[in-house]
Design a protein around this ligand. Structure first.
Ligand SMILES: Cc1cc2nc3c(=O)[nH]c(=O)nc-3n(C[C@H](O)[C@H](O)[C@H](O)COP(=O)(O)OP(=O)(O)OC[C@H]3O[C@@H](n4cnc5c(N)ncnc54)[C@H](O)[C@@H]3O)c2cc1C
Length: 445
């Protein structure tokens, strides 16, 4: 009897999951696994843990939803806690599994983990489930990856075949039972890392059931038809799609969103706004393929650039940026919203990232790691790719982005309402004494 193990990762859904579908077709008995790595909760890379409360809570909701759906089909989700390579290797042996299924990963470390685990099985089944196109369609050394514009023009003009979301598949096969309840495991983790249980003001509910409902609600409203005019708003729930957390964790696939845009265009209206939702999905696509191509350079100070940036790690300024106590009220408001909710708009992300790099002169990677900790929509490719883009160390050689903070406040928060809403006056700005401009000595004679 062929036993298959499916390793869920950034694809927490049962529908339109080709890797899962293929594994189910090839197995007679199957088990489902997700691995929680305790290193996510320790300060390791860039002195920061990789997951704080908002992201953890969204993940928990998504895992519970997945488990419920599997139970309805006579299966269960097995949660493992530990190093993914060790835990999966042990699980493959204890279930005597012949096949391992999982979506083709985008991130460099995730790809390395998969290669290490693959040594334990006779066959690994992977498919493109995190992106619209696969890497073969976009040959890795294709010159179109040097800028988003070139990439987009290439995709739009070459008419690459885009597969439709795959229909639901049958789960009628034997199950390898799970061991412990998810809630018990979650409680144990929160007892050990109590900061994860901090209540979050996030409006997002994790899970593919909530994601599908949100997709339907969004395209039942008139928002898609004016997306291009509203998408730059600083803080308005309806101004952009809010698909990102669902796409990042895989509660929704990019194919499902793309196809929902096309349906909307057929039934209602096709205009520059509906085109622009696809345009933004292509940004996501671009960063995913860029991350595959860049490998470890995604996390390197100089990224893909030929020279290292002139910024450095300044602990005081970085701590002020994180705490929302810089000298820039708009930036502080954005950072407070991020900590409280795990989400800020694209405009707010650009403003705070530009501030860290250009005003505070800090190493961009510390900001990217901080976003990784808090964003409910954290996506390895979109996050590190956007940060590189702003810091001027990505594939694009135009040299970064510098936003004028006064102008941003005047245009996007003219009446100051957003800043007042999120400003926390307990965190007052104290000028760091190390700044040369504040040094009270005269250099004459
Ligand atoms: C410094 C920085 C860090 C970022 N980190 C992330 C991240 O970790 N995860 C993430 O999903 N997005 C990230 N983004 C991109 C963008 O800010 C979010 O995707 C967007 O704000 C999510 O809200 P939305 O779903 O309403 O987006 P919409 O404006 O409705 O866009 C629709 C979808 O297109 C994709 N998209 C939109 N803009 C971008 C972009 N610039 N890059 C890549 N994909 C995009 C997202 O999947 C999004 O859900 C980052 C941007 C910046 C400037």
């Amino acid at each position: 009897m062929k036993t298959g193990l499916f390793w869920f990762n950034a694809d927490l859904r049962l529908d339109d999951n080709n890797s899962l579908r293929e594994l189910l077709n090839r197995s007679e008995c199957v088990g489902f696994v997700y691995v929680i790595d305790p290193r996510w909760f320790h300060p390791l890379r860039f002195h920061q843990p990789r997951m704080a409360a908002p992201r953890w809570q969204f993940l928990k909701q998504s895992l519970s939803d997945l488990h419920r759906q599997l139970k309805d089909k006579g299966h269960a989700l097995t949660l493992l806690v530990g190093d993914p390579i060790t835990e999966l290797s042990l699980q493959l042996r204890s279930w005597n599994a012949d096949l391992l299924g999982c979506s083709t990963p985008t991130g460099y470390f995730e790809a390395q983990q998969l290669s290490a685990v693959a040594a334990n099985v006779s066959r690994v089944i992977t498919n493109t489930d995190l992106t619209l196109f696969n890497s073969v369609q976009l040959a890795q050394d294709h010159p179109t990856m040097t800028s988003f514009s070139q990439f987009r023009k290439y995709v739009e003009s070459s008419d690459l075949p885009l597969s439709s979301p795959s229909p639901s598949h049958s789960f009628e096969l034997a199950s390898v039972a799970s061991t412990e309840s998810l809630e018990t495991i979650f409680s144990r983790i929160e007892e050990r890392w109590p900061q994860l249980a901090t209540p979050s003001q996030s409006r997002f509910q994790g899970g593919s059931v909530a994601a599908q409902k949100h997709l339907i609600d969004y395209f039942s409203s008139a928002n898609a038809a004016c997306y291009k005019d509203t998408r730059n708003a600083l803080d308005d729930w309806d101004s952009s799609t809010k698909f990102s957390p669902y796409l990042a964790i895989g509660n929704l696939s990019a194919r499902q969103v793309w196809s929902a845009v096309s349906d909307y265009e057929r039934k209602h209206i096709a205009n520059t706004s509906t085109y622009w939702i696809r345009f933004e999905l292509l940004w996501r696509e671009y960063f995913h393929h860029l991350a595959i191509r860049q490998g470890p350079k995604s996390f390197r100070f100089q990224g893909s650039a030929s020279r290292r940036p002139l910024t450095f790690f300044n602990a005081t300024r970085f701590a002020q940026w994180c705490a929302g106590s810089t000298e820039f009220p708009l930036v502080n408001a954005c950072m407070n919203q991020l900590r409280a909710t795990g989400y800020i708009s694209n405009r707010a992300r650009q403003i705070v990232a530009s501030c860290l790099v250009n005003e505070l002169n800090c190493d961009w990677r510390f900001g990217a790691a901080y976003f990784e900790q808090y964003l409910v929509d954290y996506d390895v490719a979109a996050n590190w790719g956007n940060w590189q883009y702003i810091a001027g160390v990505g594939a694009d050689t135009r040299g970064g982005r510098h936003f004028n903070l006064e102008k941003q406040s005047a245009v996007y928060d003219a009446d100051g309402r957003y800043t007042r809403k999120w400003l926390d006056n307990s965190n007052e700005y104290v000028a760091p004494w190390v700044d040369a401009v504040d040094w009270p000595i005269a250099l004459s004679d």
